[in-house]
Design a protein around this ligand. Sequence first.
Ligand code: GLN
Length: 544
Amino acid sequence: MARYIFITGGVVSSLGKGLMAASLAALLQARGYRVRIRKFDPYLNVDPGTMSPYQHGEVYVTDDGAETDLDLGHYERFTGVSARQSDNVTSGRIYQTIIQRERRGDYLGATVQVIPHVTDAIKSFAQDQTEDLDFVLCEIGGTVGDIESLPFIEAIRQLRNDLGRGQSISVHVTLVPYIAAAGELKTKPTQHSVRELAALGVQPDVLVCRCEKPLPEGDRRKIAQFCNVRPEAVIAALDAPSIYAVPLQYHAEGLDEEVLRAFAIEPGEKPPLDRWSEITDRLFNPEGEVTVGVVGKYVGLQDAYKSLNEALVHGGIANKVRVNIRWIDAELFEGDEAEVAAALEPCHAILVPGAFGERGAEGKIASVRFARERRVPYFGICFGMQMACIEGARNLAGIEDASSTEFGPTKEPVVGIITEWMSDKGLETREAGGDLGGTMRLGAYPAKLAGNSVVASIYGDNEISERHRHRYEVNTGYRDALEEGGLVFSGMSPDDMLPEIVERPDHPWFVGVQFHPELKSKPFDPHPLFASFIAAAVAQSRLV
Ligand code: GLN
């Protein structure tokens, strides 16, 4: 039977609970255990799919087509375990399920209540599909004390009893702030947070204390004494120079050992962590550096491009270089050539990432043109591929009015809405004006690559599977015109209906993909497209 590790946060948000969970899972995995990480989000949206990136950061898409919290990206990057729909649940989804059941009459006249109906739903979510696992790590979003998270904490309390002794532990992540005027770290917020959690019936077994300065032994003992945990189980967590240094840092502080001890498992030998030391070694000792310009829309918030940012770092790890990302707001240069050049000339490569809506589109199209004409490596992801096609249509195929129906009615829909496509569930159909939530082409779809293409040699394969999240597609009606302009359709859906990849063989590196390769990149297994793109940036940096 799987053992459960419940992870809560206290004092403030943004303490890196997700990274802690991902790191702990990676450490347990290195010890040979089978792990899976789950996230409970207390908000009422059914999923983050319809939330603005500024509200929520990136929406992480799984193979099975779920739109999930960005923490699932960390889980997958750190453990290599592919996340699933069943690994992320929100209060909204739980209430939606319960209310649907209530309307069907499934509750047979009973009063439907938070306890037991909501808590039962949370418990069954936590335990769903866990048969083949040693450890399930459940992270509860938000901060202890939030009204919204109460049903989740209550469900943990109950589940800990249901599971029985030794089958679960509670790990609480808190803040130990440094008060400069006093020159001291303060333990009181942690004491209060643990008291709050204990009042809800959950006594933590391990405390992870985020702090700016090393935690003095006296403070560790004080926290242990007031919070009812062993001093060794008070784990100090200082800021790390890179997220990929976090697993090693937690291991050095004894986190994985203490977690095992809390389960009464003798930790035994040290786990092999070579893959993590290799990554950090490459990260901290680069042999060069390149600058990649990312021309985007949500550049004010890096969380909006979390996986992209990480995949570029992984491309750097593959090439032993530091990747400096220059975030460029596409709206700042709606097509003005001199401004485009000023923003992009310092870049060794240019990337236009996924986006929704017309704002900034002209600046992105101008960036594609700059990259094409100046022969700077170009990588277009999803919206970035669509803009590459519009640029080619306008400037090389003579289709001046080329546009996307996403921006309104157009005579030349080089990019248009898809209302029908095949998936493994059969033919999927959508109405143009239907619901926005959960109705895109989502999740993993296969593609076949042209045998002699650049991308086939990059992947080393002619068949790939990548994750999608979009409503519009490049219109194959324009394929001939675009190919005459030098843009080759080198990846297609197996039925030849949907363009998946375009490339320019006459350019040093010019690839547009309709999917999101960044979602599958791992530090110890960089995505081939990102590894190749950064290699092209390195080559470019040697030219200039
Ligand atoms: N807005 C575009 C579409 O829906 C692109 C989406 C994306 O870049 N993820 O097709």
